[in-house]
Write a protein that binds this ligand. Structure first.
Ligand code: SDX
Length: 427
């Protein structure tokens, strides 16, 4: 049997170095070059980590060529179509789907933990009304660390899970409070009688006391179709392997800081428009284009190498095919168009962008396909969620992924502090 190794030869000195190929259970193999610097005195050079596996993980698998995504081995389409977001949270944290009883108990615990300490609520008053909810959310999650010192030194599985359940349940409350602060209106407390997603929409929309909008027909309750649409969006955002914000979360985990400041760092990293901030930029871009006949000119601008304008919602470091989450959202848009009253003008412009970009050689030759952010905004707009809350919605979905990755890092006995080197080209 051929040895599974790679030999690197330095043609200047004639030295050779042999490294093992590590087998994966799915996808690409990995070359173990952990001793390369001590063997050769040289560093490998990979800014942006385009060819670097930073860790071993069993949480999420992506096949960029096939456009495949799995959480703990289960395909994303099965999860989005047959399971709730809370079931997906349980799956990510426990490596299996919950029994009916486990799901019931998990749901109850998340409902109980959704409340915030009074002191934390006062934090929002420090922010101006026009503060972007991502700024207040990131600050509030950092402050959460000061209310739960006990999570600095956890020893057992139960402590890890309690810490994880706590942050998963409080993020929607913090996000809704950040939104209501930005409107200058009173907070609506979590309602223990409501499930995860309906509770969030109620905290966003209800009048003080939890009363829903009153119309001639009576109180306009939140529709099941709205809950299903948002719950699916949370599931599709739950985790995504070693993306930029998860890499930041693992980096902060490696220094031994409080888990909630690692999550807050992930929130900050996600805000960038090259990452989770793209969903807000997609709708802003479509609204700016304004009509179908102006799309072509915008596509040309995105192709211009001298213009740093990029088509938001297109391209991905890993997917060189359709993002499977984008496919599911596109299907959801078509399914909910009438029920949710999707803005067909926005949809028409989005579909025109898609049609032109997917046939244009600039995008085709670079494998630039629509990603998850291209489709999220139109559904969220129909749910009466403002653009400024699109990335906080991404945070709500992704928090379970970040904290699961954080726990995996902590349990990995080989993990070390993140400390890359550099190619020095100074004096
Ligand atoms: C998310 O990593 C994850 O998993 C992230 C995420 C998750 O769930 O965590 O999936 C969520 O962040 C999705 C991506 C959202 N961002 C956007 O939609 C912003 C627009 N997209 C780009 O900024 C870009 O495509 C990235 C950042 C997503 C990927 O960048 P890469 O992999 O570094 O690719 P690149 O910049 O090297 O681009 C390769 C080529 C370049 O042209 P050339 O130098 O070869 O001539 O493609 C071009 C780029 O200029 N290009 C684009 C483009 N994206 C890449 N040109 C126009 N419009 C675009 N959107």
């Amino acid at each position: 049997m051929k040895k599974s190794t790679v030999t690197l030869t330095n043609n200047q000195t004639g030295d050779s170095y042999e490294y093992s190929i590590l087998e994966s259970t799915r996808g690409s193999k990995v070359l173990d070059i952990r001793t390369f610097f001590s063997d050769s005195g040289m560093f490998t050079y990979d800014p942006g980590f385009t060819s670097t596996a930073a860790c071993e993980s069993t949480i999420t698998f992506i096949d960029g060529k096939k456009g495949e995504l799995r959480y703990r081995g289960i395909d994303i389409e099965a999860l989005a179509n047959k399971h709730s977001y809370l079931e997906t949270c349980f799956l990510l944290l426990n490596s299996r789907l919950p029994s009916e009883k486990e799901l019931h108990n998990f749901d109850l615990e998340i409902r109980h933990r959704a409340y915030l300490h009074r002191g934390l609520q006062k934090l929002f008053d420090a922010f101006p009304d026009n503060a972007h909810p991502m700024a207040t959310l990131s600050a509030a999650v950092t402050s959460l660390a000061s209310f739960y010192d006990e999570h600095i030194d956890m020893e057992n599985e139960d402590e890890y899970l309690e810490m994880a359940h706590r942050i998963i349940s409080k993020i929607p409350t913090l996000a809704a409070f950040a939104y209501r602060h930005s409107l200058g209106i009173p907070f609506v407390e979590p309602d223990i009688d409501l499930g995860f997603t309906k509770n969030f929409l109620t905290m966003m929309r209800a009048y003080p006391g939890g009363k829903m909008h009153l119309s001639v027909e009576g109180h306009e309750d939140i529709k099941d179709v709205e809950i299903r649409a948002l719950d699916t969006i949370f599931t599709l955002h739950a985790d995504h392997e070693q993306n930029a914000s998860t890499t930041v979360v693992r980096g902060v985990a490696s220094t031994g800081a409080h888990p909630y400041v690692a999550i807050s760092s992930g929130i900050s990293a996600l805000w960038g428009r090259a990452h989770g901030g793209a969903n807000e930029s997609v709708i802003a871009q479509i609204e700016y284009i304004g009509s179908v006949d102006k799309v072509k000119a915008f596509i040309e601008k995105a192709k211009d190498p001298d213009d740093d304008f990029r088509l938001m919602g297109f391209g991905h470091r890993v997917y060189k095919n359709f993002d499977p989450r984008a496919k599911i959202l596109k299907g959801l848009q078509d399914e909910l168009r009438d029920e949710l009253g999707l803005d067909t003008e926005l949809m028409k412009i989005a579909r025109k962008i898609e049609e032109i970009a997917l046939s244009d050689d600039y995008f085709v030759s670079r494998n630039l396909y629509p990603n998850i952010d291209f489709y999220t905004g139109i559904i969220l707009t129909a749910l009466k969620i403002p653009k400024s809350m699109f990335t906080p919605i991404f945070v709500i979905g992704r928090t379970v992924g970040w904290i699961t990755q954080w726990i995996e890092f902590k349990k990995d006995e080989t993990s070390k502090i993140a400390r890359p080197r550099q190619l020095y080209s100074g004096k």
